[in-house]
Design a protein around this ligand. Structure first.
Ligand code: GDP
Ligand code: CA
Length: 332
C-alpha cells in the first residue's frame, strides 16, 4: 500500500508528542493510519496487557504483538492478528499429544516471539524491556509500552451447565466466541498495578492523547482500570479525542457489544461517549469522532465530528487518524 496524496497528512502534527492507548486490531490499524497522517510526530502507544495469558509455558501478549506485527509489517492482513505466512505445525503436534487447550491459534512463527518473551521474563527482564527488545526487530516506528509490568489478567464470570465461574478472557472470547453472556468482566490485579516505566511521563508530556477505536471494555477499559493511568489522563492538559469502535450500533469486527452489555453500556457511539464522559463534565473526552450514520450523537460538553470510520486500508485509516488529530488540534 502506498500513500499518494501528501495533502492528507496533518502538517501541524509535525514534532507533536502523541500518546495513544491501544488494544489489538482496532488499535493497530488506527495507529498505522496515525503514522501515515503524522509521519513526523513522536508517537507513544500504551498497550493493553489484560489479554496476556500463559499457555504451554509460553508468555503470550496478544495485543502488544498485534500492534508490533501490524506496525512492523509482519501481520496477517486479512485476519488482523498473528503472522503472515504462518504455519501451525507445533499446534498440530501438541493436539496429537492431547495437550490442551486447543482453542488458541498458536502459529509457528508467532511461537518464536513468545519463546523470546518467556526466556527474557525468566531471566528477570520486565515486560516493558522485553517489548522494547522485540521491537528492535520489528521497528514499529512508535514507542510501544505495555500499560504495566505487573501481571494483570482480564477474567470473565459466566454461568452455564458447568456452573458459575471465572474464566480467562481469551477462553471466553475465542473458545466461547463470547456467546455465553459475561456476568462480570474483571481486570484482576489492575487496582494495585503500577504503570510501566515511561507511561506516566509520556502522558504528562503529551500534546495530544488519542483513544483509537479499540474495545472500550477489555482494551481501553482495562488500561484505564490502572488507577495511575486514569489519574494521569485526567490531570493532563492535552486534548483527548476518541474514535468510536461502534458504527450504527454494531462493532465493525468482533464481539465488543457482548463486552459492553456486561458493563451495562449501550452498544452505540453515544453509549460509549457517555461511558468515557465529556471532560467538561468530569469525564475523559474533549472530542469524539463518530461514523456518519451516528451524526446524531450529542453529549453535553463534548465536541463530536462525523466521518467515514471503516478502516478498509491504509488510506482510510490515515484519514480517520488525521481527522482525530485535527479534532484534537482544534482545542489548542
Ligand atoms: P482487539 O484487542 O484485537 O479486540 O482489538 P481492539 O480492542 O484494538 O479493537 C477492537 C475493536 O475495533 C472492535 O470492538 C471494533 O468495534 C473496532 N473496529 C475494528 N475495525 C474497525 C473499523 O474499521 N472502524 C472502527 N471504527 N472500528 C473498528
Ligand atoms: Ca485484545
Amino acid at each position: 500500500m502506498t500513500i499518494s496524496e501528501p495533502g492528507s497528512r496533518v502538517p501541524a502534527a509535525a514534532g507533536l508528542k502523541i500518546v495513544a492507548l491501544a488494544g489489538g486490531i482496532g488499535g493497530a490499524r488506527f495507529l498505522r493510519g496515525l503514522k501515515a497522517a503524522a509521519p513526523d510526530a513522536e508517537i507513544t502507544v500504551i498497550g493493553n496487557t489484560g489479554d496476556d495469558i500463559e499457555l504451554f509455558g509460553l508468555q503470550i501478549s496478544p495485543d502488544l504483538d498485534t500492534v508490533m506485527y501490524t506496525l512492523g509489517n509482519g501481520i496477517h492482513e486479512e485476519q488482523g492478528w498473528g503472522r503472515r505466512d504462518e504455519t501451525f505445525v507445533v499446534k498440530e503436534e501438541l493436539a496429537i499429544y492431547g495437550v490442551t487447550p486447543q482453542w488458541f491459534g498458536l502459529g509457528d512463527r508467532d511461537i518464536a516471539t513468545h519463546v523470546v518473551r518467556t526466556q527474557m521474563r525468566h531471566a528477570g527482564y520486565p515486560l516493558s524491556q522485553v517489548t522494547a527488545a522485540l521491537c528492535d526487530r520489528w521497528k514499529p516506528g512508535v514507542q510501544l509500552l505495555p500499560m504495566t509490568d505487573d501481571r494483570v489478567e482480564t477474567h470473565v464470570e459466566i454461568e452455564d451447565e458447568d456452573g458459575r465461574r471465572f474464566i480467562h478472557f481469551q477462553e471466553w472470547w475465542i473458545k466461547f466466541r463470547a456467546n455465553t453472556p459475561a456476568l462480570r468482566i474483571i481486570p484482576i490485579n489492575a487496582e494495585s498495578a503500577t504503570p510501566a516505566p515511561g507511561v506516566i511521563d509520556a502522558i504528562k508530556n503529551a500534546d495530544v492523547i488519542l483513544f483509537p477505536p479499540s474495545n472500550p471494555v477489555v482494551s481501553i477499559g482495562t488500561i484505564l482500570s490502572i488507577p495511575g493511568i486514569r489519574r494521569a489522563l485526567m490531570a493532563s492538559k492535552a486534548p483527548l479525542v476518541g474514535v468510536s469502535p461502534i458504527i450504527g450500533g454494531s462493532p465493525v469486527r468482533g464481539m465488543a457489544d457482548a463486552c459492553l452489555a456486561a458493563i451495562d453500556v449501550k452498544s452505540s457511539a453515544f453509549g460509549i461517549a457517555e461511558h468515557y464522559g465529556a471532560r467538561a463534565n468530569g469525564g475523559l473526552l474533549h472530542g469524539w469522532l463518530v461514523a456518519e450514520v451516528d451524526n446524531d450523537c450529542v453529549l453535553d460538553g463534548l465536541k463530536v465530528i462525523a466521518r467515514p470510520l471503516i478502516m478498509k486500508d491504509l488510506e482510510t485509516s490515515r484519514d480517520i487518524a488525521g481527522a482525530a488529530l485535527e479534532l484534537a488540534l482544534s482545542f489548542s
